[in-house]
Design a protein around this ligand. Sequence first.
Ligand code: IMP
Ligand code: MG
Length: 178
Amino acid sequence: MLNDLESVMFDEKALAKRVSELGQEISKDYKGKDVLMVGIMKGAVVFFSDLIRQVNLPLGIDFIIASSYGDGTESSGSVNIKKDLENDIKGKHVILVEDIIDSGITMKHLMEILWKREPASIRLCALLSKESRRQVPVKIDYCGFDVPDEFLVGYGLDYAEKYRNLPVIGVLKREIYM
Ligand code: IMP
Ligand code: MG
């Protein structure tokens, strides 16, 4: 799988360091609060499992599956919830954990849906952000790295459901998806 990468952008050490820093920030900010950390599947699964172990708080976890890119590399513009939360989030402090914010469309729709359920707060933690690709504004409260407009795979990020289990994040060779 590593042969399919043009280059490695973040190796295991860089990822672990940043995830630990984000975990410490969250631990500090939510001290004494009742927190629910929500992993947005499937892309955030690897980041989520590393991140929650760096948060030193009693917390709940839950998962949501929202549709995103399907098998391609461009956002479809519509979002539907394929698997909903098990928790009622009314009155809770929710931290959404996402792999990457690209156009921002998925997150904008998801936020709208979740705010209707009257949580006490919602903050967003995203490992990666492609700021230059944004079509709608999205506030990222905890951002791992801002990345250039390249198609990335690994550490949960896929292309056509492959590469999620790569321990690094890298740029996928163009010939693979062109
Ligand atoms: P958005 O709605 O355009 O912000 O799309 C966000 C979703 O698209 C993410 O949760 C990812 O699943 C997917 N995505 C965006 N950029 C990449 C990428 O470079 N590699 C893999 N998936 C990506
Ligand atoms: Mg995703």
